[in-house]
Design a protein around this ligand. Structure first.
Ligand code: ADP
Ligand code: MG
Length: 387
């Protein structure tokens, strides 16, 4: 199915958080009518929408009703119930299909699928009960990271274990979790650095990659993305190959974020995928000819995606709840930055409230800034303590 939407036609977005908001902004720029669906009627994309529906993600009738107003449906929220997704796909309004979404909803299935298409990942084991968990840890040896198969994000639902004592300490929590869902045990990857790339594919099968972004996570949450560095050819080739395989095998339509670990000896392993715009691609709004949101709208509306050019080197910094009281300082200190505030209401600790992007002709100046700027170092340290 490939139908092309013309400006004036309607795109419905499931999920109205900041990703939905920035998608809606791109779509509106191109003249589309945008609808949003979210359980939270205060969600930040609601004020922008041409039509909206506040209802549970599990409310099939409401989702299908919402879809009636749309010429195509897309999503920024990944955990849509499988049956609802199937029914949405039946309406012929879901150009993204269901494959990639279903693989990425479940960390264990995701890693099994990635291996099956020849993409390298860290060694892992499945744990559905305590015996399997102990056996899996023995196979992989400490340190390991245990993650819930479903519903984890921003480091939530993860246990980092370095010794049997750590396991013992978390025994009750892990057993309670495994009563509800399976876990994945991953060998800890001693990566030299973490990178990600946004890969895009349109309905005609054209694949285009965004530039590589180097990501710094603090307490499992993205702090910064630096874009424009040069990497060893072995790394760029491996990234290109893995992202292209994922896009093609997953029949991607739109953009998909692919996160990687890179080791000291230039081994490139996929950490996870997110079949939608991704936080580490926000820099593209200011730094590229087409942003990740523009490209996604082009793909789902049946238009041709475009080759991506990085116009300037970029540094994106997240603004979390704990940084909101520093906004005036941020604006004073970086008057040249484009500061995005999502309007999400209460500024809670570790809640993504906005981001800003700095551009430069040369990557070196941004790298130095990231390493030495006092305000950035303060923002970085604030991921580790609750105020
Ligand atoms: P989330 O969905 O929360 O982003 P991730 O699996 O990407 O979950 O984990 C968040 C961060 O935790 C990663 O970006 C990385 O810094 C660290 N991490 C996760 N898995 C591993 C691993 N196997 N080895 C080393 N670090 C890891
Ligand atoms: Mg991640």
């Amino acid at each position: 199915m490939s139908k092309r939407l013309l400006p004036g036609q309607s795109v419905g977005i499931i999920g109205a958080g900041q990703l939905g908001k920035m998608l809606a902004q791109s779509g509106q720029k191109m003249g589309y009518r945008l609808g949003v669906y979210d359980p939270n009627s205060q969600a930040c994309a609601f004020p922008l929408a041409h039509w909206k529906q506040a209802a549970s993600f599990d409310d099939e009738t409401a989702v299908l009703n919402f879809a009636k107003e749309a010429d195509v449906i897309t999503y920024e929220f990944e955990n849509i119930n499988g049956q609802i997704l199937e029914n949405l796909a039946q309406t012929n309004k879901l150009p993204q299909g269901t494959d990639l979404l279903i693989h990425s909803q479940h960390r264990l299935m995701e890693k099994e699928w990635l291996e099956s298409i020849g993409v390298k990942v860290v060694p892992f084991r499945k744990a559905e009960n305590w015996d399997q968990l102990q056996q899996g840890i023995e196979d992989l040896s400490y340190p390991v990271i245990i993650k819930t198969s479903r519903f984890g994000y921003d480091g939530k639902g993860q246990f980092r274990l370095t010794s049997p004592a750590d396991l013992e300490q978390n025994e009750a929590d892990l057993k309670a979790i495994m009563n509800e869902q399976s876990c994945i045990i991953e060998a800890y990857c001693p990566f030299a650095y973490e990178i990600s790339v946004m890969v895009s594919r349109d309905q005609a099968g054209q694949v285009e990659l965004f530039p590589i972004s180097e990501n710094d996570h603090q307490a499992g949450v993205l702090f910064s993305s630096l874009v424009g560095k040069t990497y060893p050819v072995a790394v760029t080739q491996a990234v290109h190959e893995a992202a292209t395989k994922i896009a093609q095998a997953g029949k991607l339509v739109g953009v998909c974020g692919v996160e990687f670990f890179v080791t000291e000896d230039h081994q490139v392993l996929v950490n996870e995928i997110a079949p939608r715009p991704h936080n580490s691609g926000h820099y593209s709004i200011e730094a590229c000819n087409f942003s990740q949101f523009d490209q996604h709208i082009l793909a789902v509306t049946g238009r041709s995606i475009q080759p991506i050019k990085l116009l300037q080197a970029a540094l994106m910094i997240n603004i979390m709840g704990q940084h909101m009281s520093m906004l005036d300082e941020i604006i004073d200190h970086f008057p040249q930055a484009m500061v995005h505030i999502y309007d999400k209401g209460q500024a809670k600790f570790q809640r993504k409230m906005g981001h800003f992007t700095l551009l430069a002709e040369d990557i070196q100046s941004l790298e130095t800034l990231l390493q030495t700027d006092q305000l950035l170092l303060t923002m970085k340290s604030m991921y580790h303590k609750e105020k």
